[in-house]
Design a binder for this molecule. Sequence first.
Ligand SMILES: [Zn+2]
Length: 243
Amino acid sequence: MDELIQKLKDIVKNSNRIVAFTGAGISSESGIPTYRGTGGLWSKYDPAIYANIDFFLRDSAYYWNFFRDERYPMLKQAKPNAAYYALVKLENLGKMYHVITQNIDGLHQIAGQSDVIELHGSTRKILCMCCGRTFSMDEIYKKLEHELPPKCSCGGNLKPSTVLFGEPLPQHALDEATLAAKNCDMFLVLGSSLVVYPAASLPEIAKREDAKLVIVNIDPTPLDDIADLVIHDSVSKVLSKVI
Ligand SMILES: [Zn+2]
């Protein structure tokens, strides 16, 4: 283990344009439950209903109940762990190029990271589907006391800025992420199983452009074979030793 940590330290030391790519494995250590698997959120709430754009557009009240009872309390409670602060430190050292995340919990920003590409949007930002006005989570939570589903002052329907099933990923975020992967000198995967698109393709792009590819994830990933370094361990444990 110590040898792997030392190897990672060396790669970080020699890199100046690091891209960190984060997935569920980094936020699960902050108390954000994973979606799939036993005990996951999707075993209690059917994603075909709770995270599907068609159902949402038909009747969003069920979603906002879920938001009030599950999502909001969980996000209010979650605090960034050591891994998030390690990445902020890299940014302060001038080594961080971009953070790309598959997560929608906004924990990178709470930790103080300034440059975060959110591939799947954020639960903390809610949009009016009519006029585009944005609301914070807290504003919506208050609205929900007397209004279900909540509405914008213009009368428009509200929607979290997250990408639901049936919706495309935001193109500008995808473009930024692809560009970051092309121009980085180290691509650091943290807590992603790299099975969902575009998670699977970004590390390959970076590798093709001669970046060092490092994967830190509890379980093996399909890209372990092409990585320069693979560590199967907890993300916060590894990063707090390295940075
Ligand atoms: Zn509006």
